[in-house]
Design a protein around this ligand. Structure first.
Ligand code: GLC
Ligand code: GLC
Length: 811
């Protein structure tokens, strides 16, 4: 069952009923200022930091769902309705929500009156613009009242929910013309305020929530709206809001637009006040003036569209498969940019107060957006590296406002350092910018300790070398990529966090996932050293990599697949000897991608075991059999009910590891089948079961053992976006940036005739046509550029601004 459709030409997902199985979200904003907006206009916005600079309030875990957002009410005689259906939920004659690239348009029609609300954050602007266009589609003149509503958050989103004894006394506002200013705490330590204004005179306004709603009312029946009478309330403490009331008269066929601006302004200390007690509104007035007309809004929207045209122009696929085209060209890249901007901070599953930017997460996200915004990718790498410690380990996360690492969600995850090698080499391959390696970067943000970035990569590499266990395999530390495999935790106290508790200092528990990761990214490190003339460094590193390969072959093989780990007691994890959790996806993925034991047939055996034991209708599950009991020596993984999260769900982040592993073997049919099983565009028809947005990946889909297999959770902010983009574009379609050019080596289902890709790489444009006349999966027969046959699959680097025709024949 579907609840909408893809409008490919407009690059929008069009939702045709407000009754989706879950609020379906979109994101506004591309830098600093971000908004989350559901298909009924629920959500919130913040500037720079979802926790510390939250502009509007949102209640997670609320009933009904998703109450609170940017709401418009239309009071048309006795009929009160909202263009997005919520919060009033008056049945509409027509409803449409168009989620586009960084904008959302919600349109409702009731009794011949049409209301269309456009929401977006103009480029380079700390504000949301809301343009409400009202059209009289009836035969008679109409006079009605429009009420707006946002509820302010008292800035710190955590305290806002928590510290009510203080909060109920601190709220302050100013009202000036048609603008409401929110200035809580501005009189003392804050240098910022928020505002919500409209380009029209008001009948009245409200700034006190309870006055506007009336005691005991919800957002669905505000007394001021029902009576058509704004209260002109002035908030002192309690819950400040901003609501405008505008009267509109329309002749038949006439339309009128109101432009609302919801913004954020920072003032330097000496310029905070206009006069004593009155805030300096210059910044807000500028913003209101910039968007005072519908034409200015149109122009800003056009700029936003051009911005996305440019971002999406670097990799454009034309294949015979429309679903694949829309994933590769639009939605997957879009999600990659959102995960870059927000990391795991704010979604409908992440509350924006729990998690900052993860070291491991952000390094992996980078492979999904580096081709779109290389300069920002460079900065991100430097920010992340600055939170590394001198011994190569790293803070697990940092807060974007301060860029300082913290231990709030634990530390000592021994996979963390290696991801820095992955992201940095991906950045250099995309851009050719080796100078990043010379950039001075501190350890633990202490400027005195700065060393060239290259030194950070080296310490990442040697962090593994210096932390090997009894089998010569990497110690797992708190956990590796799988946060929930906590082999040194031993917690039996429900008040302890699995992420921060380590009850035993473990120098036994080892990870085969990190072993595979070390071989894969260790080889990247070796290749990089060789490239920059550090031959000795390369040779020394190569020896460690070779030793690791031998350790995996000797101690990491279980007969038909790779072990997952050794636990605290030195016992096997992920072995046929175990009762539950006999096989895990992560070590199969990483050891296969690294090609460990490829010649000996181990990769093929391991991936056949994955097929046999982990594959299900909805994708590849994380482990099997699922854990049915809590195992104190395994930790959080066994705390989840079977089939959910890290306990045997389809954890979509790691499925691409298997896809890429299949391409190492040349099995394009399987690689693509795994791709299709979890790619959202292919799941649209089962949206009722899946429940979440059919245009973006979710972190997990319940596995075979779950109560509801196939049901997804945690959409949007997941490493799944970057990894799937990487797998499809670089390994299945097989167009991969390298230091010396583009390597071409597709691995596709043999039935495919071929495909075309336009790739902008280092400033030159390549029109690549891949033909598959012999219907093979993999293997290059001939590559030519501009009519000249090239030896090998690599396309050389060309002058920026030039265009080239590349013909690739498989066979
Ligand atoms: C979540 C975390 C990620 C972790 C994964 C597996 O997606 O953000 O860091 O690797 O879960 O536990
Ligand atoms: C929980 C989640 C896991 C996530 C971790 C991050 O353990 O289950 O997916 O990676 O929290 O803190």
């Amino acid at each position: 069952m579907k609840f909408g459709y893809f409008d490919d030409a407009a690059r929008e997902y069009v939702i045709t009923t407000p009754r989706t199985p879950y609020p379906w979200l979109n994101y506004l904003g591309n830098e600093d200022f971000f908004g989350l907006i559901s298909h009924t206009a629920g959500g919130y916005c913040y500037c720079k930091d979802a926790r510390f600079r939250r502009l509007t309030r949102y209640r997670y875990n609320n009933v009904p769902w998703d109450d609170g957002g940017r709401y418009f009410y239309i009071q048309d005689g006795d009929c009160v309705w909202s263009p997005g259906w919520k919060p009033v939920r008056t049945e509409l004659d027509q409803y449409r929500c168009r989620h586009g690239l960084s904008y959302t348009i919600i349109q409702g029609v009731k009794n011949g009156l049409e209301a269309e609300a456009l929401f977006f954050v103009p480029l380079g602007t700390w504000a949301e613009v809301h343009r409400l266009t009202l059209t009289n589609r009836s035969q008679a003149p109409r006079t009605f009242r429009v009420f707006s509503l946002v509820e302010w958050c008292l800035w710190n989103a955590h305290d806002d929910l928590n510290n009510l004894q203080r909060n109920f006394s601190t709220g302050e506002v100013e009202i000036d013309g048609s603008t409401v200013y929110h200035k809580t705490e501005y009189r003392e330590r804050r240098d910022h305020y928020a505002f919500y204004g409209v380009n029209a005179p008001l009948v009245g306004f409200d700034t006190d929530r309870d006055a506007f709603l009336g005691a005991y009312n919800g957002f669905d029946r505000p007394a001021a709206v029902v009576e058509g009478k704004p209260r002109n309330s002035e908030a002192h403490g309690w819950s400040p809001i901003a609501s405008h009331c505008v009267e509109v008269r329309l002749e038949p066929g006439e339309a009128r637009s109101l432009v609302f601006v919801l913004g954020y302004v920072e003032n330097p200390q000496e310029q905070k006040w206009e006069r004593p007690g009155v805030i300096n509104k210059a910044g807000a007035r500028d913003l209101l003036a910039r968007f005072a007309t519908p034409a200015a809004v149109d122009a800003a929207l056009q700029d936003l569209r051009s911005f996305w045209d440019r971002l999406l122009s670097h990799y454009v696929l034309e294949s015979g498969d429309g679903k694949l085209n829309r994933m590769v060209n639009v939605w997957n890249q879009y999600q990659c940019m959102v995960t870059f901007n927000l990391s795991r901070s704010a979604s409908y599953f992440e509350t924006g107060i729990g998690r900052g930017f993860g070291f491991r997460d952000s390094n992996q996200d980078l492979i999904g957006f580096v081709h779109q915004v290389p300069a920002r990718a460079r900065q991100r790498i430097l920010d992340l590296a600055a939170t590394q410690f001198a011994d190569g380990s790293a803070y697990h996360q940092y807060q974007p406002l301060t860029k300082r690492g913290n231990s709030d969600i634990g530390g000592n995850f021994n996979d963390d350092p290696l991801w820095l090698i992955f992201s940095t080499t991906a950045y250099i391959k995309e851009t050719g910018d080796f100078t990043i390696l010379d950039a001075p970067v501190p350890f633990d943000n202490d400027e005195r300790s700065a060393q060239p970035l290259f030194e950070h990569l080296k310490r990442s590499f040697y962090h593994t070398v210096n932390n090997l266990g009894p089998h010569g395999l990497p110690l797992i530390g708190r956990a590796d990529w799988n946060d929930c495999l906590n082999l040194n935790c031993f917690s039996n106290d429900p008040n302890e966090s699995f992420q921060t508790t380590g009850n035993r200092a473990g120098r036994t528990a080892e990870s085969l996932m990190i072993a595979g990761q070390f071989v894969l990214y260790g080889r990247e490190f070796v290749a990089l050293c060789a490239r920059i003339g550090k031959g000795d460094e390369a040779r020394a590193a190569q020896e460690h990599v070779d030793r690791m390969v031998r350790a995996v072959l000797e101690h990491g093989w279980d007969g038909a697949w790779f072990l997952r780990a050794y636990d605290f007691f030195g016992r096997k994890v992920g072995s046929k000897e175990n009762e539950e959790g006999q096989i895990f996806i992560e070590s199969q993925g990483f050891c296969a991608m690294a090609g460990i034991g490829l010649e000996e047939g181990r990769v093929v055996t391991a991936l056949d075991s994955v097929r046999e034991r982990l594959d299900c209708e909805f994708g590849v599950m994380l482990n099997q059999p699922a854990f049915t009991r809590y195992l104190i020596e395994y930790g959080e993984i066994s705390s989840y009910p079977q089939g959910y999260k890290e306990n045997a769900a389809v954890f979509c982040h790691n499925n691409p590891w298997i896809m890429i592993g299949e391409t190492v073997l040349g099995r394009g049919e399987r690689a693509f089948e795994y791709y299709r099983k979890i790619a959202p565009a292919y799941l649209e028809e089962m949206s009722d079961l899946h429940r979440l947005e059919p245009y973006v990946y979710a972190q997990m889909v319940a596995g075979r053992d779950a109560y509801r297999p196939g049901e997804a959770k945690n959409s949007w902010l997941t490493g799944t976006a970057a990894w799937n983009y990487y797998a499809i574009t670089q390994f299945i379609l097989g167009i991969k940036p390298g230091y010396d050019g583009l390597d071409i080596n597709p691995c596709i289902p043999p039935a495919w005739e071929g495909f075309r890709v336009t790739r902008i790489f280092r400033g030159a444009t390549y029109h690549i046509e891949v033909r598959n006349p012999r219907h093979v999966s993999k293997g290059i027969k001939r590559v030519s550029m501009d009519g000249k046959v090239l030896s090998g699959g690599a396309i050389p680097i060309s002058d920026p601004g030039t265009e080239h025709r590349v013909m690739v024949e498989l066979g």
